[in-house]
Design a binder for this molecule. Structure first.
Ligand SMILES: Cc1cc2nc3c(=O)[nH]c(=O)nc-3n(C[C@H](O)[C@H](O)[C@H](O)COP(=O)(O)OP(=O)(O)OC[C@H]3O[C@@H](n4cnc5c(N)ncnc54)[C@H](O)[C@@H]3O)c2cc1C
Length: 201
C-alpha cells in the first residue's frame, strides 16, 4: 500500500476561520503556536468541531484491496474517486496464466494476507478472471468474479473532523487488519504540524 498526500489546507486558514467568530484576526501568528493552540482549544476542547472542517486533506491511496475499499466507502464524510474496473481490467488480459503459488507475480493485482491458503485461493480466482477476460467477456460482466483481494487505487479527500473519526474507529485493534495499516499510514503522511490534532492507536 502506498499513500501520497497530494494537498492540505494550512493551519492558518483554519485559525482564520475560527477568528472570524470573534473578528480577532490581528492575533494570528500565521499557523504558528498561537494558531495551533486556538484550533485545538476551539475545535477539540470546546467541541466547536465544525471549525475543523476547514482543514481538508487529499490523499492518493494505491494498492489496497477492494475488501478495504468497501469499508473505506462507509465513511460518508469523505470524497472518493476510484480506479474503475470497467475501464482497467484489460491490463490483466495481457498476463501469462497464474499458478496458485505465483505469489510474487500475482501481488501486482492482489493484496496478500499472512495466510498461504487464502493467498492461493485468491490467485486461483485471479486466474479465473484472466481466463474470462481472454475469452472476450466484457469488463462489466467479468468484474463480478473479482476476488475481494483485488487491488485498487483512489483519490480520497477528507476534512480533519471526519479524519479524526476515521482514525479513531479504524486504528482500533477491532478494525480490519488492512484498514488499521491504512489508518497508521494516513496519520504518518499528515504534515507533522497537523498530527497533534489526531489520535491514532
Ligand atoms: C470495528 C468496526 C466494525 C464494523 N462492522 C460493521 C458491520 O459489521 N456492518 C456494517 O454495516 N458496518 C460496520 N462497520 C461500519 C460502521 O458501521 C460505519 O459505517 C463506519 O465506521 C463509518 O463510520 P461513521 O458513520 O462514523 O462515518 P461517516 O459516515 O464518515 O460519518 C461521520 C459522522 O457523521 C455523522 N453522520 C453521518 N451520517 C449521519 C446520519 N445519517 N445521521 C446522523 N449522523 C450522521 C455521525 O456523527 C458520524 O460519526 C464497522 C466499523 C468498525 C469501526
Amino acid at each position: 500500500m502506498e499513500i501520497t498526500l497530494l494537498q492540505h489546507t494550512s493551519l492558518a486558514v483554519c485559525a482564520s476561520a475560527i477568528r472570524t467568530c470573534w473578528q480577532s484576526f490581528d492575533k494570528s501568528d500565521d499557523g504558528g503556536e498561537k494558531d495551533r493552540e486556538l484550533i485545538d482549544r476551539v475545535g477539540n476542547k470546546f467541541k466547536h468541531a465544525s471549525t475543523l472542517e476547514h482543514l481538508v486533506y487529499t490523499f492518493y491511496i494505491k494498492g489496497i484491496s477492494r475488501a478495504l475499499l468497501q469499508e473505506l466507502a462507509r465513511h460518508r464524510m469523505a470524497s472518493l474517486s476510484v480506479k474503475s474496473t470497467r475501464y482497467t481490467l484489460k491490463e490483466l488480459k495481457a498476463e501469462e496464466s497464474y499458478d496458485k503459488k505465483d505469489f510474487k507475480r500475482a501481488s501486482k493485482y492482489l493484496v496478500m494476507t499472512d495466510h498461504e491458503k487464502v493467498n492461493e485461493m485468491s490467485i486461483i480466482a485471479l486466474e479465473n478472471l484472466r481466463v474470462i477476460l481472454k475469452e472476450g467477456v466484457s469488463n462489466d460482466k467479468a468484474k463480478y468474479c473479482l476476488p475481494e483481494s483485488y487491488k485498487t487505487e483512489l483519490t480520497w479527500s477528507i476534512n480533519a473532523r471526519s479524519l479524526q473519526n476515521f482514525l479513531t474507529l479504524r486504528s482500533s485493534k477491532s478494525a480490519l487488519w488492512e484498514i488499521q495499516i491504512l489508518a497508521r499510514k494516513l496519520y504518518e503522511n499528515l504534515p507533522f504540524e497537523h498530527q497533534y490534532l489526531f489520535t491514532c492507536e
